[in-house]
Design a protein around this ligand. Structure first.
Ligand code: CP
Ligand code: NVA
Length: 313
């Protein structure tokens, strides 16, 4: 498969086969790590990790993962690099391309990531923008596959804000043939252009992607319940209004009861217990949230190895 030297900015840009390859290599690398087998596919390489927003999982999984692959990760943020002082993205892209082998970026504007990739001559990986969070959604597909064995034909219900997470999940579900309903109130529904593109992708795999205001209706027969924070990074000024408007869009035991009895619960984390998810569900037997968090490591290692390794995987 031809992922070598490509960027990973949106799951929409990946073929169905490329998504399957990422999931397959993730399983191989997870097994190798657990068995203590060497898998230094990126020995001698360097990754620049640019963060303009906070992170726990993304930073630790990329940094640890790149190190496990034999490479050297460098963490940069706005406060300690020239990015925060306004150095243009196109300059940063060209400078880093002459020094390192890949760039992972977490920032606000999706357009800056596209610009970074345009000027960089090395792979660029999107570690979250206001629009998308592809590495998380690929990890989520991997986690569902581990727990449910088959993805095609399963139903994922996303509850809450139609945000970056909802967008990437729509693209991911479309590519793996999973049906997804995004249950969000009016004013918080996903970007219609993204919904349209995901529906086009879904036509290739026979999946259905839809948006629904009625959360109870959406929850019927769900194999997977998913939620994310009501207020994403950068939206803090709207927090009070969002808490009011999204108040009912919570995963709790009443909602879970509407899904399949073996339905699993996912959350990309960080979680706000008592808001988008209850403590009881978060800590309950159906939650696979910490398996999901761990899998960021394995799936992103697969992504980095596929984009950057000179070896065949
Ligand atoms: N889920 C996720 O991306 O977590 P962080 O914000 O901690 O990286
Ligand atoms: N939607 C959240 C996801 C955090 C991982 C945010 O953008 O803040």
């Amino acid at each position: 498969m031809g992922l070598k030297n490509k960027d990973l900015i949106s799951i929409h840009d990946l073929s169905v086969g490329e998504v399957a390859t990422i999931l397959d290599v993730s399983a191989k690398l997870k097994r190798k790590l657990k068995q203590g087998e060497s898998h230094e596919y990126l020995k001698g390489k360097t990754l620049a990790m640019l963060f303009s927003k906070a992170s726990t999982r993304t930073r630790v999984s990329f940094e640890t993962g790149f190190h496990q692959l034999g490479g050297h990760p460098i963490y940069l943020n706005d406060a300690t690099s020239q990015i925060g002082r306004g150095e243009p993205v196109r300059d940063t892209a060209r400078v880093l391309s002459r020094m390192v082998d890949g760039i992972m970026i977490r920032t606000f504007s999706h357009e800056s990531v596209i610009e970074l990739a345009k000027y960089a001559t090395i792979p660029v990986i999107n570690g979250l923008t206001d629009l998308l969070h592809p590495c998380q959604a690929l990890t989520d597909m991997f986690t569902i596959l581990e727990h449910k064995e088959v993805l095609k034909g399963r139903k994922l219900v996303y509850v809450g804000d139609g945000n970056n997470m909802a967008h990437s999940l729509m693209f991911a579900c479309a590519k793996v043939g999973m049906n997804m309903v995004c249950a969000s109130p009016r004013g918080y529904q996903p970007n219609p252009e993204i919904v349209r593109e995901a529906q086009e992708d879904a036509a290739l795999t026979g999946a259905t992607i839809s948006v629904e205001e009625d959360m109870q209706k959406a929850a019927k027969g769900a194999d997977v319940f998913y939620t994310d924070v009501w207020t994403s990074m950068g939206e803090e000024a709207e927090k009070a209004k969002r808490q009011q408007d999204l108040h009912d869009y919570q995963i709790n035991k009443e909602l879970l009861a509407l899904g399949r009895s073996d339905a699993m619960v996912l959350h990309c984390l960080p979680a706000h217990r008592g808001e988008e998810i209850t403590e009881e569900v978060m800590e309950g037997p159906q939650a696979a949230i910490f398996d999901q968090a761990e899998n960021r490591l394995h799936v992103q290692k697969a992504i980095m190895a596929l984009l950057m390794s000179d070896e065949r995987l």
